[in-house]
Design a protein around this ligand. Structure first.
Ligand SMILES: C[C@H](O)[C@H](O)[C@H]1CNc2nc(N)[nH]c(=O)c2N1
Ligand SMILES: N[C@@H](Cc1ccccc1)C(=O)O
Ligand SMILES: [Fe+2]
Length: 261
């Protein structure tokens, strides 16, 4: 696990996390910037979830505020974690309808894009869609499968997650839209993902699982769902059989340069 450059903050005696003013300012800059960019770029289900969350602009929200909305809509909760967590913990959380939130926020220098999932990524990027029953069911099923999966199967499942929940796009009658939380929390990747620069492929679960990725660059390829309900359909199919097929067919060549050592 890559060492994180950030330190997650813990709650004080009153149960609240006390962030310094400069960190609330990063949140404010990020949310104001993204709220200008996302109309016409984020999918309707995400924007609906964002309305339900009614996130504050002037401060980093407390996890309890998020939980009140998630509890009411899909029964999900957010769970405070220190940073990137191991697969085992990650799948245990998702399998119990808890989403990991690392309680640190990026520095102004990394505002447009950072390699680690900070609180803005987890809350602004992922939580709005966790108010959507279909998306919540897919994520819950995914966690349960991950828990039962072998080490090698988990690597294929991670690619499926990466190409959907993290970096997925969806075609809609109004045009191509973003649903992946990893894009929605990055001003830079929001614009880049819908541009002609990256490759766009029609979503196929096996192809997604065969496609290697790096977490420290803008993605070279995005998979596009014909509609968001397809994720719900996928949760009802035999994903582990698709994992076996992807393993048998093997990995595609990486579309990115090897990571500088
Ligand atoms: C499967 C997924 O892509 C990734 O590997 C997991 C692992 N650990 C994580 N840890 C945190 N805090 N947040 C995440 O989104 C993830 N994602
Ligand atoms: N790159 C995302 C954060 C992220 C890190 C790692 C995995 C997924 C997303 C952002 O800048 O907001
Ligand atoms: Fe994420």
């Amino acid at each position: 696990m890559k060492a994180t450059r950030y330190t997650a903050r813990e709650p004080g005696g009153d149960g609240n996390i006390h962030y310094p003013e400069r960190e609330h300012e990063v949140w404010n800059t990020l949310i104001e910037r993204q709220l200008k960019l996302l109309p016409g770029r984020a999918c309707a289900e995400y924007l609906d979830g964002l309305d339900q969350l009614a996130l504050p602009h002037d401060r980093i929200p407390q996890l309890a505020e998020i939980n009140r909305v998630l509890e009411r809509s899909t029964g999900w909760q957010v769970a405070r974690v220190p940073a990137l967590i191991p697969f085992q913990t990650f799948f245990e959380l998702l399998a119990s309808k808890r989403f990991p939130v690392a309680t640190f926020i990026r520095t102004p220098e990394e505002l447009d894009y950072l390699q680690e999932p900070d609180i803005f990524h987890e809350i602004f990027g992922h939580c709005p869609l966790l108010t959507n029953p279909w998306f919540a069911e897919f994520t819950h099923t995914y966690g349960q499968l991950g828990l039962k999966a072998s080490k090698e199967e988990r690597v294929y499942l991670a690619r499926l997650y990466w190409m959907t929940v993290e970096f997925g796009l969806v075609d809609t009658p109004q045009g191509r839209r973003i649903y992946g939380g990893g894009i929605l929390s990055s001003p830079k990747e929001t614009l880049y993902s819908l541009s002609a620069e990256p490759e766009h492929q029609r979503f196929d679960p096996r192809e997604a699982m065969r496609t290697p990725y790096r977490i420290d660059i803008l993605q070279p390829i995005y998979f596009v769902l014909p509609d968001l309900h397809q994720l719900f359909e996928l949760a009802r199919q035999d994903i582990m059989a698709m994992v076996q097929e992807a393993m048998r067919l093997g990995l595609h060549q990486p579309k990115f340069p090897p990571k500088a050592a």
